[in-house]
Design a protein around this ligand. Structure first.
Ligand SMILES: [Fe+2]
Ligand SMILES: [Fe+2]
Length: 247
């Protein structure tokens, strides 16, 4: 079945990809919505240039006024550059922006007026009104000092922001073909070292994960998860590749 990338796409019954499929780009951004009424969570809402298309897809699924949380997993412009305009569309004072304190210190300069929910001051979890729990894990320097990942305990889905990101001219939302080597360039450029990436992979290894939803590249499911973790455990990146320059 051919997937229509012009509309929102369900990853599970409650998790939707609402990204912009840019045929000309080899780096796609993946914002996601978790619909868990009465809460709606918008994860890594994205950039200003992508805003019109992302918001159109959000509108196909929900009333933006019903969005209760935005999770900004790190501070990059492709992750949360549109926060101030998204906030305006949501337009209510109950909205909370969920992020690590190290990230909040920087993104407040986007001119935000919502309340922040610093995960590190809330034992790294958020209890939704339904009883569902979102758990957060601090992944410093991967690739931002205030980076977090988000684990939805109900569906065992791990939203990893730039970790497991891929650059590919043949992008597909669900991983297929060679989904491992396309992750190399992004991690080699943006992740600081194998040492810290490997440590993170060892933590993921111990988790019960059914799907990984990165902010770039493809959603990984089932056996792909273990393969991707093992692949990144062994990948030299960042400073590893420039050691000679520092010698
Ligand atoms: Fe990033
Ligand atoms: Fe990114």
């Amino acid at each position: 079945m051919k997937i229509d990338f012009n509309g929102p796409i369900a990853a599970t019954r409650e998790i939707y990809w609402v990204g912009y499929f840019d045929k000309k780009s080899n780096l796609h951004c993946n914002p996601y919505l978790i619909i868990d009424e009465p809460d709606i969570i918008f994860i890594d809402p994205g950039s200003i240039p992508h805003f019109p298309i992302v918001m159109r897809k959000v509108l196909e699924l929900v009333n933006p006024e019903d969005i209760t949380y935005i999770v900004a997993q790190h501070q990059d412009p492709d992750v949360c550059g549109n926060l101030a305009v998204v906030e305006d569309i949501i337009g209510h004072n109950e909205l909370q922006i969920v992020a690590h304190s190290y990230c909040i210190r920087l993104i407040r300069h986007l001119g935000l007026r919502s309340k922040f929910y610093p995960v590190d001051k809330h034992d790294y979890f958020l209890a939704l009104k339904s009883g569902r729990r979102l758990e957060f894990m601090f992944t410093p320097y991967l690739h931002s000092p205030g980076a977090i990942v988000t684990y939805d305990t109900k569906t065992k889905s791990l939203f990893t922001s730039d970790i497991f990101a891929a650059i590919s001219a043949n992008w597909s939302l669900f991983a297929e073909g060679d989904f491992l080597s396309v992750m190399d360039p992004y991690h080699q450029i943006y992740m600081p070292s194998n040492r810290i990436l490997k440590q993170c992979m060892e933590r993921f290894d111990k988790m019960d994960i059914e799907r990984i939803l990165p902010q770039h590249g493809s959603i990984l499911e089932g056996e792909q998860i273990k393969l991707a973790i093992e692949h990144l455990k062994a990948l030299p990146c960042g400073i590893d590749l420039f050691e000679e320059a520092f010698a």
